[in-house]
Design a binder for this molecule. Structure first.
Ligand code: DAH
Length: 346
């Protein structure tokens, strides 16, 4: 029996020592000291021994059990510590790894172009003016010398807003309405640039959108002439499309100016020769003219003393040209592959 105890003790200590997990340790302890183990069998057999042997072997049993329990406890503690270390290692944050860079957005091409245009005029001494996108008939049409029977007033072109009690509200069809609001709110001189959204009943295609942007310019002062108009727009054309640009003026009709002009800029690609971008060498870019005396008077200005010029230009059109964008609808589709190309562009 003594021999059995000694072998079992050695075997137990070895098994405990070799256990590499808490489960393996539990199994080892059961194998050596469980109810069915040789160790327990010896313990149970003690009762049938003479008193002297029982006492002696009892001591051996106790000692062996203590040794095994101590080994088990220390092994268990070691395994637990190792387990925690493994967890900690798996959890560790490696501060030297490069971070996940958040995707930065970029300014929309229309914003870039609007900022560019506005900036040109701010440097020329203009200030920015604004007006509401929902306009009334008077500001959008009447004050701008657009007679009742003008086609721009029909439902075909304009989007009316159905607000009970306000039959004459519409989404402004052009930023020219800001001319009226500006003059009504201040005496001359006026040097303003008014960028903004405008609305027309159009079916979207490669060159049209029902919602688009314009920038309106208005100058009213003493002694303003057509030459001021041409010089100002030439300065803008050079800033937007390059130092070598020239402008040309052709006759055009707009009710709120007299004379009215269509302004062309020499093509930034072929400079007037004719190419795929422009066709005949010139790009028709905007409408302009000398502010009609009726408009000045409608706004309470003395048309004998003051003269002025005005112009209106589509911002989308400038963006399409400047960035060679083939379809205006790309500007509103929100495709990030398209928009990402403008990070850092200007
Ligand atoms: N409002 C015109 C349009 O939307 C553009 C325009 C033409 C504005 C001539 C002007 C101007 O100020 O003088 O087509």
């Amino acid at each position: 029996m003594q021999l059995t105890l000694e072998t079992e003790r050695e075997r137990g200590l070895r098994l405990i020592d070799e256990a590499t997990s808490v489960e393996a340790l539990d199994a080892a302890v059961t194998a050596v000291m469980g109810r069915k183990s040789a160790f327990s069998e010896v313990q149970r057999g003690l009762g049938g021994l003479p008193a002297e042997d029982r006492r002696r072997l009892g001591l051996v049993v106790n000692e062996a059990r203590d040794a095994l329990r101590a080994a088990e406890a220390s092994r268990r503690e070691g395994l637990q510590r190792a387990g925690e270390a493994t967890l900690l290692a798996a959890d560790r944050v490696d501060m030297s790894l490069p971070g996940r860079r958040p995707r930065a957005g970029s300014l929309h091409p229309l914003t870039l172009v609007e900022d560019l245009i506005v900036d040109v005029f701010l440097r020329l001494g203009f200030r920015v003016a604004e007006g509401p996108e929902i306009e009334d008939d008077w500001h959008n049409f009447q004050a701008l010398n657009i007679p009742l029977d003008h086609p721009a007033r029909t439902m075909k072109d304009s989007l009316y807003v159905a607000i009970p009690g306000h039959p004459e509200l519409l989404l402004r069809t052009e930023t020219s309405a800001v001319q009226v609001r500006t003059m009504r709110s201040q005496p001359p001189p006026v040097y303003v640039i008014a960028p903004g959204r405008v609305y027309r009943r159009e079916t979207p295609d490669a060159t049209h959108l029902p919602v688009f942007h314009q920038v309106e310019g208005l100058v009213v002062d003493e002694g303003i002439t057509f030459a001021d108009l041409k010089g100002t727009l030439e300065a803008m054309a050079k800033e937007l499309f390059g130092e070598g640009r020239r402008v040309r003026l052709g006759p055009a009709y707009f009710p709120f100016v007299e004379p009215g002009a269509e302004i062309g800029v020499s093509c930034f690609r072929c400079d007037g020769v004719g190419c795929r971008v422009c066709g005949n060498g010139w790009i028709e870019l905007l409408g302009a003219g000398m502010v009609h005396p009726h408009v000045l008077e409608n706004c309470g200005y003395d048309a004998e003393r003051y003269t002025g010029f005005a112009f209106g230009m589509g911002i989308e059109r400038v963006a399409l040209l400047r960035y060679s964008i083939p379809d205006i609808r790309l500007l509103v589709e929100g495709d990030s592959r398209f928009l990402a190309q403008f990070g850092g562009a200007a």
